[in-house]
Design a protein around this ligand. Structure first.
Ligand code: BJ8
Length: 422
């Protein structure tokens, strides 16, 4: 990072010493995993820049937005409607964390055998390492998995900023009604804290912005279906991770620029790896930033990741909101319907997910599926068995966390799997 942000970090209450340590570990990891890749698209330079400034310039932007009276809304799940946040001119940021930090601190509040994602967001906050959490005006949780539900109670004791949306567990008519009411309750909450009313026009504009972002991510995803793929799985994952932090309009334009470049590569038959490299679809738990472990292992073992059936991936942008609404009520119904169509393993039954995995497998011309569950993530660990039975494809099921302890063991398993695909 060029500019010195120490005063800003101090003002928002970060632990400067630990934070310095975090930034240097991150920058080394980024250098080794990302910048060492060969033949990256020019368009990735923007995303490299965003990462280098993820605790710098972006935090300054959020700080300035707050000074201007805009509200910063933090979230942990793709069920939280971004459109409503933008409709009150709020800033929407993802707060999930993907590094093993502050586990000891977190374990004072939650059990040891909790999934790494939950431990990490608790750990980052308790260690004074997350500028995003510090800047939020409201942190929105949801009743998805049991771990999150209960952790949010503790997180509210720590931050005093939690608001929880009740996500149903089924998709019946009754659940649809409940969810629509929850979307409306969230709208009211946002209006209350921002002092701004959501109108048909503000919601229409917000829906357009979010739809355009999702379309750009979808465009990137479909380009990965080319043989050979014009972009690495690591780079595509990074773009998806950044989609939860960056300004949505700027982000969309940069993703589209990247896609223009990738289309030219495709026309020239230029790929990032040789044509014969096995193509892997990863399915399962989310990859919060900076969790790059599995992608680094796969792509360091002579294969390429062509898609993520994950919330940091396809589940976040598969569907857009139907925007031909003419009343506010209709708009809220469309938004509720779009979000309830997401196929998280927290739902029962969740058969759409199998169909979606199969569709991605075909479209992206994958040769094998790696099902990835974070340890103690019961919903995805359970569904891993079901997916294995239903998909007729080479399949590897793994459970891991954010630590590097199992790196060697995972690499051996992944290499053996890739060998079978050659
Ligand atoms: S829609 S996947 S973002 S809930 S990894 S905390 S499920 S034990 S993050 Fe998720 Fe929303 Fe679903 Fe997506 Fe629990 Fe599993 Fe941990 Fe998880």
């Amino acid at each position: 990072m060029g500019k010195d942000y120490t005063a800003l970090w101090q003002e928002i209450g970060l632990n400067l010493e630990k934070h310095e340590g975090l930034l240097s570990v991150l920058s080394e990891a980024y250098q080794n995993i990302y910048l060492s890749q060969k033949d990256r698209p020019e368009g990735m330079k923007y995303f490299d820049f965003v990462i280098s400034e993820v605790h710098g310039l972006r935090i300054e932007e959020l700080y300035n937005a707050k000074e201007q009276g805009r509200k910063i809304i933090g979230t942990f799940c793709v069920y939280v409607p971004e459109e409503l946040v933008l409709a009150v001119d709020g800033v929407f940021v993802g707060l999930c964390a993907g590094a093993e930090i502050g586990s000891e601190e977190a374990e004072k509040y939650i059990p040891r055998n909790t999934c790494a994602l939950i431990k990490a967001f608790m750990g980052f906050k308790l260690s004074g390492l997350c500028p995003y959490v510090e800047l939020t005006d409201l942190i929105v949780g949801e009743t998805t998995c049991d771990g999150k539900k209960k952790a949010y109670e503790m997180f509210n004791e720590i931050t005093g900023k939690m608001y929880v949306m009740e996500v149903p567990s089924m998709k019946t008519k009754e659940s649809q009604r409940l969810w629509l009411e929850e979307v409306k309750r969230f709208k009211n909450k946002l209006e209350e804290i921002s002092g701004k009313e959501i109108t048909l026009d503000s919601l229409r504009r917000a829906t357009q912005i979010v739809n355009e972002k999702r379309k750009a991510l979808k465009r990137l995803s479909s380009l990965r279906g080319n043989q050979p793929p014009p972009i690495s799985g690591l780079d595509a994952l990074l773009v998806n991770q950044i989609s939860f932090y960056d300004d949505p309009i700027r982000f969309t334009s940069k993703v589209n620029e990247l896609c223009d470049e990738l289309e030219s590569r495709v026309k020239l038959g230029k790929g990032v790896v040789p044509k014969e490299y096995p193509r892997i679809l990863i399915a399962g738990s989310p990859f919060a930033i900076p969790n790059w472990k599995l992608h680094a292992i796969v792509e360091g073992s002579g294969a390429i990741v062509v898609g993520e059936e994950s919330c940091v991936g396809e589940r976040n942008f598969r569907n857009t909101v139907e925007d031909n609404f003419s009343t506010l009520e209709m708009a809220l119904e469309r938004i509720a319907a779009r979000y309830l169509s997401i196929d998280c393993a927290c739902f029962t039954p969740n058969s759409d997910r199998i169909d979606n995995i199969l569709e991605m497998y075909e479209r992206l011309r994958a040769n094998g599926i790696i099902h990835y569950s974070l340890q103690f993530c019961t919903p995805y660990m359970m569904e891993a068995y079901k997916v294995e039975k239903k998909v007729e494809a080479p399949y590897l099921k793994i459970e891991t966390d954010y630590s590097m302890e199992d790196f060697g063991q995972l690499k051996t398993r992944v290499e053996a799997f890739i060998e079978t695909l050659k």
